[in-house]
Design a protein around this ligand. Structure first.
Ligand code: NAD
Length: 420
């Protein structure tokens, strides 16, 4: 039996403790274990941006490359006021594992700028993004490290990064970022891909748990790219999405929320709160909602030791990265709740990013149904592999996903060897 829980106050140390636990109970080489526990490169940049009022503000940004044993570094860029180096390192490491779980030829990376994009004008956001792209341009590139959107970033921001990189090269480099708008080399299906991947995992896990999907009750925390698309797709499958929240608060309707109207309301007002066909609830109440399926799809560490016991769902789909702390994980496992871990559940985004990169390199673009079909194939294979390993080794889905990823990385490292 693997024990993933190690209590520290540092999320990267928590990650390292997880790797120790996994490697301690499966046959993993010492070099692989040592390499997975550290990040290969950590870049911190402090750079000036001209603000609209004529002043100059210094922004701090990061790009962390964790491991590229299985292919180029790959990982999103987050714009958030509270982001810090340790968080970026942890997210970079999760990307290495995620790419290995779904068996796509990438390593792991992550980037961030400490800022609140909502407080910047569109011109300030563009200048800040372009300068950040320029600051990290020595590290990124289609063969080296390929960024993508994450919290606080979007296709427009990816287009600016692609353009900045291309201007400095002297020609258009489509493969330098993924999650681009369709008109500049984006892939059909990329915008919804993470939500779609979560939906595929939800259907497979529900079948395993004998939860009848038409009629299953669902609560989703976070109504952005991941949570918004997942809520819509599960509603289309006949689920009753009874609770949804965002950073401002949540809404509840026991008969099921009309997700399309809720989306329109959010577009008009900036939040799900004050939706006319639902009662107000807090984020804490959303997590404690009695439902079949709970999808934390906002930020990390939302289910912790102090609130894990309130969770009543039968199935948790980790739409966000790291939404459950190691201590909460133990509590939820003890309650018998089935958890589809982040490195499997939300990997649909990186899978379709991989398809976008392949399409860009070949300048040959696929139809949306080709993208969705291939995504379904990759996700369902990965789910089945993790499930089989979990049954064989009598471990949780999280432990099984880590074991699968670490074994694949160990095998690749064994074949490549350590240079020189
Ligand atoms: P997003 O910015 O589009 O949406 C985030 C949502 O979470 C928003 O509705 C926001 O209001 C809400 N939120 C933020 N803080 C909150 C809080 N404290 N309490 C409740 N709600 C809060 O971001 P996203 O792209 O949907 O990403 C969400 C999560 O999914 C992140 O953990 C991200 O790393 C992960 N993820 C995203 C992708 C992707 O393709 N976008 C892929 C894999 C993983």
């Amino acid at each position: 039996m693997v024990h993933l829980r190690m209590k520290t106050n540092d999320e990267f140390q928590d990650y390292q403790a997880r790797i120790d636990s996994i490697c301690g109970c499966t046959e993993v080489s010492q070099p692989c274990m040592a390499m997975l526990k550290e990040c290969r490169r950590e870049l911190c940049v402090n750079f000036p941006v001209k603000m609209d009022d004529g002043s100059v503000k210094i922004f701090t940004g990061y790009r962390v490359q964790h491991n590229d044993t299985r292919g180029p570094f790959k990982g999103g860029i987050r714009f958030h006021p509270d982001v810090n180096l340790n968080e970026v390192k942890t997210l970079a490491a999760l990307m290495t594992l995620k790419a290995a779980v779904v068996n796509i030829p990438y390593g792991g990376a992550k980037g961030a700028v400490v800022c609140d994009p909502k407080t910047l004008s569109i011109h300030e956001l563009e200048r800040m993004t372009r300068r950040y792209a320029s600051e990290i341009s020595n590290l990124i590139g289609p063969e080296r490290d390929i960024p993508a959107p994450d919290v606080g970033t979007n296709p427009q921001i990816m287009a600016w990064i692609m353009d900045t990189f291309s201007m400095n090269k002297g020609y258009s480099v489509l493969g330098v970022v993924t999650g681009k708008p369709i008109d500049v080399g984006g892939s059909l299906g990329r915008f919804e891909a993470t939500g779609r991947g979560c939906m595929i995992c939800t259907l497979m896990a529900a079948k395993r748990l004998n939860i009848a999907v038409p009629g299953a009750t669902v609560a989703v925390q976070g109504f952005g790219n991941v949570g918004g698309n997942l809520a819509r797709m599960l509603a289309e499958k006949g689920c009753r999405v009874i609770a949804v929240s965002d950073v401002m608060g949540g809404v509840y309707n026991a008969d099921g929320l009309d997700i399309l109207s809720l989306r329109q309301h959010t577009e008009e007002t900036g939040s799900v709160i004050d939706f006319k066909d639902g009662e107000s609830i807090t984020n804490a109440e959303l997590l404690a909602t009695k439902c079949d399926i709970l999808a934390p799809a906002a930020l990390e560490n939302t289910i912790r030791e102090d609130n894990a016991d309130t969770v009543k769902a039968k199935l948790i789909i980790e739409g966000a990265n790291g939404p459950i702390t190691p201590e909460a994980d133990q509590i939820l496992n003890a309650k018998g709740i089935f958890i589809v871990p982040d490195i499997l559940a939300n990997s649909g985004g990186v899978v379709v990013s991989y398809f976008e990169w392949v399409q860009g390199l070949q300048s040959f673009f696929w139809t949306e149904s080709q993208v969705n079909r291939q995504l379904e194939l990759v996700m369902s294979n990965a789910f089945k592999e993790v499930m089989a390993l979990s049954v064989d080794h009598q471990v949780t889905m999280r432990e099984a996903a880590y074991i699968l990823a670490v074994k694949r990385l160990d095998s690749a490292l064994g074949l490549r060897g350590i240079y020189p």
